[in-house]
Design a protein around this ligand. Sequence first.
Ligand code: ADE
Length: 244
Amino acid sequence: MNIHIMTLFPEMVMGGLSTSITGRAMEKGILSIEAVNIRDYAFNKHQSVDDYPYGGGAGMLMQAEPVYQCYQAIMEKQSTQKKVRVLYMSPQGQTFSQAMAEELAKEEELIFLCGHYEGIDERVLEEIVTDYVSIGDYVLTGGELPAMVMVDAISRMVPGVLHNNVSAEFESFQDSLLEYPQYSRPEIWHEKQVPPILLSGHHANIEKWRREQSVIRTAKNRPDLLEKAELTEDEKRLAKSVRL
Ligand code: ADE
């Protein structure tokens, strides 16, 4: 998968994404992530990319032309004829979710557009953006952190990025349930014992226990998710007993 991130702060984006799992996927050639500096497409000698908004108001806006030229430069290098999705990070967008991450992970190319200042001239957004995406109901100073969050969540759904594809499947939000608690050595830590069932070696019982723990956690912490979960009658009773 090839990811292009249009930004005024390429070093911030690449610094974060070149480490850990996404960094390793880049080294292995499974992912290519490039941050493209919008400022390189400024058309004046001061390399400025912002200007005052027509009609007045606080702050500055990113101008249309540098953003458009930056986009064109990315598109010119494309071999694919397929329409490439351009994701604009904005609190006004649709809220990002695991389902969206899974859907976007199937794309061959993705372009992220990170805004700054008070936003971007609407006209270039109309021409190039295919999806407006928010990472939650709060306002950040720019689109870089949202883009990094999304790239991280999307990348780990790309086959081969995680060592163990099973872990991408069986975790929080799979089946709309939160993940069960996990334990590693030592068996007793701060006088707390690992649940004995996990030491039993009985895989069916362990699976059953983990599923129950997932139901209990979801009922306690995120009861809203339970509406979408497919629960057996026993599990429904268990969830209800937790919530009482
Ligand atoms: N830009 C500023 N705040 C944002 C948010 N919550 N999500 C996506 N982009 C943003």
